[in-house]
Design a protein around this ligand. Sequence first.
Ligand code: UDP
Length: 321
Amino acid sequence: MRFLITGGAGFIGSHLTEALLRRGDEVFIIDDLSTGAMDNIASFRGHPRFDYVIDTITNRPLLAEWVDRAETVFHLAAAVGVRLIVDSPVHTIETNVGGTEAVLRQAAKKSKKVILASTSEVYGKAEKMPFAEGDDLVLGPTVKSRWSYACSKAIDEFLALAYHKEKGVPVVITRLFNTVGPRQTGRYGMVVPTFVRQALRGEPITVFGDGRQSRCFCHVADVVEALIKLVEFEAATGQVYNVGSQEEISILDLAGLIKEMTGSPSQIVLVPYDEAYEEGFEDMPRRIPDLTKIRSAVGYQPEYNIRDIVRSVVDYERSRL
Ligand code: UDP
């Protein structure tokens, strides 16, 4: 098949590209390199079934041309990373809402399928665990910029479902939980690459808050497999699916695990949220996906555990040192 991946030079997009090329598909990508990097696509840049353009998806004539070339669009281009979202709220809202609107509009014109990468962030600070796709979203006040990310991605979901309902565009919405693996940059907050780099350099490992907040980390290879299974599953059209792992770890334990697995002399230090992000920053204490829906749809079961995940990031970061 022929796929267009927006954000294809990003962390998840580049792994998805590789997996599709391995299967024999043709893959085209558009990326503006805002958080993606040429390094991420270096190993397959010359591949005969691969093509790319460095531009923004809000360049509508160009997007129209590239959507035309593909049968299906994986829309991954978005502003991601808590640090980036807190620092650049205008960019976050404009990229996420404007970009998705542009992609859906083109897909509707050309009758193409769209797989939208949304985020577990949309569940916000809901307390009912695990989070199921039909649950209420619980967001904080508009004066706290973190919530603009959840809200912009929730609008993306509404928009995709609206295009499906009103214009018959085949869309599949995937809510990606904390995804980790080689090529993820720590620049915009992401905790695992940040801790691994700190540990390898012998710098303090910065645990925000009291470290009792927890997350479930999923390896990017498991996420990519889920995305590919869902694109092939006809009945997924018009549906929302959680994609992630259910193995929960506190951030303090994660810091300890990374320190142990790297044999690092680094100190683990606690940094108040106000200092780490901004005053009044709200974090989620827990975030666990209910995987019932994706399991029964495509038999999804993540294979990597937290040690495998940390090992793959440590190997990657070591190779770059
Ligand atoms: N975190 C941390 N130290 C860091 C970066 C992040 O303690 O240097 C924490 C962050 O406050 C959150 C968790 O790690 O509780 C996961 O953060 P990340 O930004 O990776 O993803 P999130 O789940 O917040 O989207």
